[in-house]
Design a protein around this ligand. Structure first.
Ligand SMILES: Nc1ncnc2c1ncn2[C@@H]1O[C@H](COP(=O)(O)OP(=O)(O)OP(=O)(O)O)[C@@H](O)[C@H]1O
Ligand SMILES: [Mg+2]
Length: 265
């Protein structure tokens, strides 16, 4: 199977916030696995897409989940008329063809699944395919990237120490206002004054963190609100639909959020 369908042909828009591009390039040069940490909607996925484009590597993304097994990552034999045929899983495909493999929300996977990546992410750089009695050496261009949302998971849903310590980490935070405005303008098409307003709303919601909200409004939410504005939705309705309602079901919390936001509108 070819990995051409995983190539990113057009430059994704990514606005750097710090030295993350240089850091990633340095890690990639040495094929060190990278861990992207940060809240939802802070640009982790967009960043990987951008780096894969920049480094001209195919990008194979896997959304990790609780029921994911080692075979879902490595591959399995499937029954076809008259024979069984081996199908590479996404990690095997990336290892074989030298892609960047992005395991999104890695903590969702069970720890016995996660250890599959251990021999790949140390000096061995190999993937044992037990079912095939084969040990696959990683293509020289292969690299593993995982994302990790430090806020939400409980202690039970943490990564093993032996997994964590294989990665260099890049921390994602919501960007400083001027940069976030630039992103919201570019991604949604709102003008500078609307972008400034949306970022101000985000700042206020982020100040309510820990007072009933786990997270403030993400950059993603601001982009959504901006798109509604551009489509002609009234500001109060757009902000409610894109920010307040998705964030909380709690009536008091919604009221508190609307209060905090009202001053901006
Ligand atoms: N630095 C950035 N440059 C360009 N766009 C950005 C940036 N940060 C956030 N965005 C915008 O925010 C949206 C959400 O970002 P992204 O999907 O990368 O978040 P994420 O960190 O992967 O979130 P999750 O943890 O929920 O998967 C993007 O689609 C993009 O519109
Ligand atoms: Mg993502």
């Amino acid at each position: 199977m070819s990995v051409d369908m995983y190539r990113i042909t057009e430059q994704p828009y990514y606005r750097p916030v710090g030295d993350e591009v240089a850091l990633y390039e340095a890690a990639y040069r040495h094929r060190i696995p990278v861990m992207l940490k940060g809240p939802t909607g802070s640009g982790k996925t967009r960043f990987v897409e951008y780096m894969a484009w920049r480094l001209a590597r195919p990008l194979i993304t896997v959304a990790a989940h609780e029921d994911m097994t080692a075979a879902d990552l490595a591959g399995r034999f499937l029954l076809e008329p008259g024979r069984t045929v081996w199908h590479d899983g996404p990690v095997t495909l990336a290892v074989r063809h030298g892609a960047i493999c992005y395991l999104d929300e890695i903590v969702e996977a069970r720890q016995d699944t996660t250890v599959v990546i251990h021999p790949l992410t140390d000096a061995r750089r190999m993937l044992p395919l037990e079912k095939r009695n084969e040990i696959l050496a990683a293509h020289p261009d292969f690299q593993l990237v995982i994302s990790y949302n430090p806020g939400y998971q409980s202690a039970v849903k943490d990564l093993k120490e032996s997994t964590k310590q294989r990665f260099v980490a890049i921390d994602f935070v919501y960007p400083p206002p001027a940069i976030e405005q630039e992103i919201v303008m570019r991604e949604s098409g709102v003008d500078a004054s609307d972008a400034r307003l949306l970022v101000e709303i985000a700042t206020r919601s982020r100040n309510l963190r820990g007072q009933g909200l786990d997270e403030g409004a993400s950059t993603r939410m601001l982009v959504h609100a901006g798109r509604l504005l551009v489509a002609g939705v009234r500001p109060a309705a757009a902000v409610d639909a894109a920010i307040v309602l998705p964030m909380t079901d709690d009536a008091e919390m919604r009221a508190a959020l609307r209060d905090a936001i009202a001053a901006c509108l």
